[in-house]
Design a protein around this ligand. Sequence first.
Ligand SMILES: Cc1cc2nc3c(=O)[nH]c(=O)nc-3n(C[C@H](O)[C@H](O)[C@H](O)COP(=O)(O)OP(=O)(O)OC[C@H]3O[C@@H](n4cnc5c(N)ncnc54)[C@H](O)[C@@H]3O)c2cc1C
Length: 261
Amino acid sequence: MRDVIVVGAGPAGSAVACHLARSGLDVLVLEKSSFPREKVCGDGLTPRAVQELRTLGIDLTAPGWFPNQGIRLIGAGRSLELDWPDGRGLTRTRADFDDVLVRQATAAGATVQQNTKVTGPLQPDGRVTGVHTDKGTHEARLVVAADGASSRLSVALGLRPSRDRPIGIAGRCYFRSPRHDDPYLEIWLDLVPAGYGWVFGMGDGTCNVGVALLRTEHPDYRSLLTNWLAPLPPAWGFTEENATGPLRGAALPMGFSRRPH
Ligand SMILES: Cc1cc2nc3c(=O)[nH]c(=O)nc-3n(C[C@H](O)[C@H](O)[C@H](O)COP(=O)(O)OP(=O)(O)OC[C@H]3O[C@@H](n4cnc5c(N)ncnc54)[C@H](O)[C@@H]3O)c2cc1C
């Protein structure tokens, strides 16, 4: 019997595992994929997120972290640069970022079991006492559901997202671009017909470029991205031949449709 089982080794799971293991608890993290793995994201970290990385003891002087000083908002024909009030933000691909965090959790003493899918809660008398996985059953005094926005473990326990909140959908792509070292995270607020876009420099020769929109309004993120990028300056390099990988999509729950229960 473990002290804690953490389901999912995304940033939430690795962070909680790291803190709990460091405080002396016996922590088992169960993750269905294996690291490094990709995750559709903007890859942008605000100073508050950066502060959390410091509390986890992540070495932010190591190569791979790219700093930013604020956000640039573009909309209604204007461009506004807003510096972070406190400290700096960072970018890092999720392939790297999640791997760094899971290593930190392991270094703190957590046992991380990858390629292990949790299939449901173990609930002999109503209380959750562990989980079933595709490789067997594990018991613990506490189970943390850190299995992401769709949290199937929560759903299995009857904890469903609020249906009255909007659901977005997003698509992102990496492009080789001279804008890779832009010191601002750039956000375009009024894409046509609806939605927003982002250009986040990764500092490694590429930009993370994506769009998001309400699923109910206009679910075609591919044409939204294409129509937005087409008139942008060719020198920025946001063209098919500069894409370093495919356009990938993801659901984007909004408005606290999921909350800790
Ligand atoms: C398009 C898009 C852009 C975004 N951009 C940004 C951004 O720029 N900056 C920012 O701060 N946030 C951004 N976000 C939000 C960010 O991605 C999430 O807040 C973050 O990933 C949540 O972390 P998490 O650990 O809770 O979940 P996740 O990162 O989803 O991790 C969940 C983990 O659980 C694992 N898992 C799931 N089910 C099981 C199972 N049954 N058994 C075992 N393991 C399981 C998954 O494999 C995964 O590793 C963006 C999100 C989207 C969709």
